[in-house]
Write a protein that binds this ligand. Structure first.
Ligand code: SF4
Length: 336
């Protein structure tokens, strides 16, 4: 048992040493302990949910210039926040981050909570984000388990069962490896190792600090690990309407506050089937893949001077970019 413990410490030490030398320099990161500004960690963690580091970097920089403190973000309007988020997608995150900033300012006097239970009560923070926030902002010994970590653990121990069936096993193994003294660096280190070395395809085993102990290193099934159950994406075919008035302005509407893409502006559309049978079919379409749905929208045109939907309003073509639109609607604009 004692031997086993020291093995674990040796593994986390190898990862930490590798990180000090090779870990990425990122605008929201400091090496050698917790970040001094928890707001920086909060913003980056929200942005990094479902989005790659490379994509997030320029958005993060612009966002921090616009809202450098939690107070400035709390004071902003939803439109201002959305405008800085445009293009990152998954706008629910922007809304939750905004609400969280308001809670921190209004209920905690601008001081960030540091207990797991309190952080979890903020908006849009689940098990993954609470762990990484507490580790990175306060060096608390939390275990971060994302896709990168799962891949490393499965390969390190050559776990070949389907991922969904062994999540608890992976979490326990990841927990045992977590450095208690250097939790912030360790959380960054293991994510970098997954993103830079133990990549899904072509892992760089020769450069890996775990190469001497990894149980998958020379196995033929290495790239297949972790084993994922194949998800069938549901296909839907709907319609979207470019409604123009006689001056060429386009009809937009704001989505209701709840559900998919909430709070964004859009052309009227329907997830399945059509809304107006007399609309002109442009014979063009766009396709967008959500987590579980592959959506194809056929594009229709209508010329009409009255808004055809209760909450619709006309916007001159050159002003469309002032409204936060989803990636889905931006695809429609490109096709119009
Ligand atoms: S040796 Fe290869 S498979 Fe094993 S953890 Fe390192 S990069 Fe991943």
């Amino acid at each position: 048992m004692r031997k086993n413990m020291s093995d674990k410490q040796e593994i986390s030490q190898k990862i930490l040493v590798w990180y000090q030398k090779h870990g990425r320099e990122l605008p929201w990161r400091v090496k050698g302990g917790a970040h001094p500004n928890p707001y920086v960690i909060l913003v980056s963690e929200f942005m990094l949910q479902q989005t790659t580091v490379k994509t997030v970097i320029p958005y993060f920089k612009r966002f921090m210039e616009m809202f450098p403190t939690v107070e400035s973000l709390a004071k902003a309007t939803q439109e201002e926040v959305y405008a800085m988020w445009q293009g990152l997608g998954y706008y629910t995150r922007a809304r939750s981050l905004h609400t969280t900033a308001q809670i921190i300012v209004n209920e905690y006097g601008g001081k960030f909570p540091q207990s797991r239970a309190e952080v979890l009560k903020l908006k849009g923070i689940g098990e993954y984000t609470v762990a990484s926030f507490l580790a990175l902002a306060y060096n608390q010994p939390e275990t971060v388990v994302d896709g990168n970590v799962m891949r490393i653990i499965c390969r390190l121990y050559h776990l070949t069962e389907t991922l969904d069936d062994i999540k608890e096993t992976i979490r326990k193994k990841a927990e045992k490896l977590t450095s208690r003294e250097h939790a912030a660096d360790y959380a960054s280190a293991i994510m970098d190792l997954g993103a830079m070395i133990c990549t899904p395809k072509n892992p760089q085993c020769l450069l890996c600090p775990l190469k001497d102990i990894c149980q998958s290193k020379d196995k033929v099934d290495l790239e297949q690990i972790p084993i994922r159950r194949k998800l069938e994406k549901k296909e839907k075919q709907g319609s979207v309407y470019l409604i123009q008035n006689s001056e060429g302005a386009y009809l937009l509407r704001k989505r209701t506050e709840k559900g998919l893409l909430n709070g964004l502006y859009e052309f009227p559309w329907k997830e399945e089937g059509i809304i107006w049978t007399k609309a002109e079919d442009t014979q063009r379409h766009i396709t967008h893949v959500f987590t579980h749905i592959k959506l194809t929208l056929n594009i229709y045109k209508i010329i009409c001077d009255t808004p055809l939907v209760p909450d619709g309003f006309f916007v001159p073509k050159e002003e469309l970019s002032k409204y936060p639109l989803s990636t889905l609607m931006k695809k429609v604009i490109k096709e119009k």
